[in-house]
Design a protein around this ligand. Sequence first.
Ligand code: HEM
Ligand code: HEM
Ligand code: FE2
Length: 443
Amino acid sequence: MQYKTQGIARSYFTVALLLFALQVVFGLYLGLSYFAAIPQNIVNVFPFATARAFHTNLLVLWLLLGFMGGAYFITPEETKSEIYSTKLAYLQLILLVGTGVTALVGFLFGWNQGRPLLEIPRPLDFVVVIGALIFLFNIGMTMIKARNWTAIQGTLLGGLVFLAVMYLFGMPFYKNAAIDWYYWWWVIHLWVEGAWELITAALMAFVLLKITGVERRVVEKWLYVEMGLFLFTGIAGTGHHYYWLGAPKYWLWVGGIFSSLEPVPIVLMVYDTWNHVKERREQIKNPLTFVYAVGCSIYHLLGAGVWGLIHTLPQINYYTHGSQVTVSHGHLAFFGAYALLNLTLFYFAFPQFERVERYDEKRGRIGFWTMSLSMLGMGLAFGVAGVVQTYLERVLGMDYMATQSYMRLWFQIVFVFGLAFLIGVIITAYDLLKLSPAKEAAA
Ligand code: HEM
Ligand code: HEM
Ligand SMILES: [Fe+2]
C-alpha cells in the first residue's frame, strides 16, 4: 500500500465480507423453503418474499461496497495522490450501511417498494442518492485535482457515474406495470450488463497490471476494446427483457441479436486476462491472486456468457422465462462475475493492509475451490429444476404446484451445495481477515 488513504478500502471490504456471509445464510433459508414446510408462525413473520429481499438486497449492497472500496483502493495509485477526503469516505460508508440496516428492518414490517432487488422504499432511495453523490464527489475530486488521467481511471469513473444515473430510473413509480418494468430493467440489466462490466474491466485491468507487470499500454488497449463492445452489445441487449413485457415487437429482434453478441467482450476478457497472466514479467509472491483473477474471468464467461446465451433467444426464452433456469443463470453470473471480482480485489488488497508480504495460501485455496465448485453444483441443480419446470409446466401444461413436487429433489441438492458454499465463504472471510504469514517468510 503506497498511499495512506488506500486503507479506507479496508473498512469497505470488511463490511462487504460480513454481509456476503449473511446474504448466503438467507439463501439457505430460501432453498429450504422450496422443499420443507417451514412452520406457519415463522412464515408469518418471515415469509419467502421478505427472505428473498434480504438475500438479494444484501447481495447488491455488499457488491456495491466492494466496488466502492475498490475505487478507494485503486484511485490513489492511479492518480498518484491521496483520496480527497477520508472523512467523507467514512461518512458515506456509515450512511450506506445505516440505510441497509434500516431497509432490512423495514422489510420485516412490510416497508417495501415491491420491485425485486430494488425493494428499498423511496425515502431511503434518497439517502442512497446522497451516499452516491458523496462517493462520486470524493473520487471525482481526487481525480480532477491530481490531473493524472489514465484509461483505467476514466473507465472506472465512467462506470460509476453510469451506475449512479441508472439508479435514478428505479425511483419513480409508474402506474402502468409494463412501463414500470420497462424502467426496472434499465437499473437491473444496465447495471450488470453495462455499468458493472465497465467497473469490472477497470478494476481487473488494475489488478492485472500490478500482479503481472505487463505494460500499461497493452492493458489499456484491451480496456478500450472491451469497454466499447460492452456498451454496444449491453445497451441494445436490454431488449432480451422486453420480449413478453408489452413492449413493441421489434424488441424480439433487437434483444435476440444484440444480447447474443454480449458474450463476445466476455470472451475477449478471458483471452486477454490469460495472455497477461501467461506473459507476466514479474514473479508474484501470492499466486492465489492469479487463481482468483483467472477463475473470475472463466466463471464470468460461464455464468454470464454461456448461461446467459442459452436462454437469450426469444424462441427459447418463451419457455424458460422467469423459471429456475433464470435463477440458475442469476447465481452463476453474479457469483462468477461480481463475487469473484470482489474477492480478487480483496486478495490483492488485504495482504497490503496487513503488511503481510507472503501469506500461507492453503486456507485461501480451499475457500476458493469450495465456493467455486459448490456454486457450480448449486447452479446446475437450479438448472435441472428449471428444465423440469419448463418441460412439465410450459410444454406439457401441468399446473404450477404439481410441477413443484417434481422439482423438490433438485432443491434438496441446491441446499446441500448451499451448505458447502456457506462453509467456503466462512473459510474465505476468516482467511482474509486473519491472513497468516507463510512459514518460510516468518522464518
Ligand atoms: C455478469 C453479468 C450478468 C448478471 C449478473 C446477470 C444476472 C441476471 C439475473 C439476476 C437475472 C434475473 C433477473 C430477474 O428476472 O429477477 C437475469 C436474467 C436474464 N439474463 Fe442475465 N446476467 C448477466 C449477463 C447476461 C448475459 C451476458 C446474457 C445474454 C447473453 C444474459 C441473459 C439473460 C436473460 C435472457 C435473462 C432473462 C431471463 C428470463 O426471461 O427470465 N445475462 N440475469
Ligand atoms: C447457500 C447459498 C445460496 C442459496 C441456497 C441460494 C438460494 C436462492 C434461492 C432459493 C433464491 C430464490 C429463487 C426464486 O425466487 O425462485 C435465490 C435468489 C437469488 N440469489 Fe441466491 N442462494 C445462495 C447464494 C447466492 C449467492 C452467493 C449469490 C450471488 C453471488 C446469489 C444470488 C441470488 C440472486 C441474484 C437471486 C435472484 C435470482 C433471480 O431473480 O432470478 N445467491 N437464491
Ligand atoms: Fe439482461
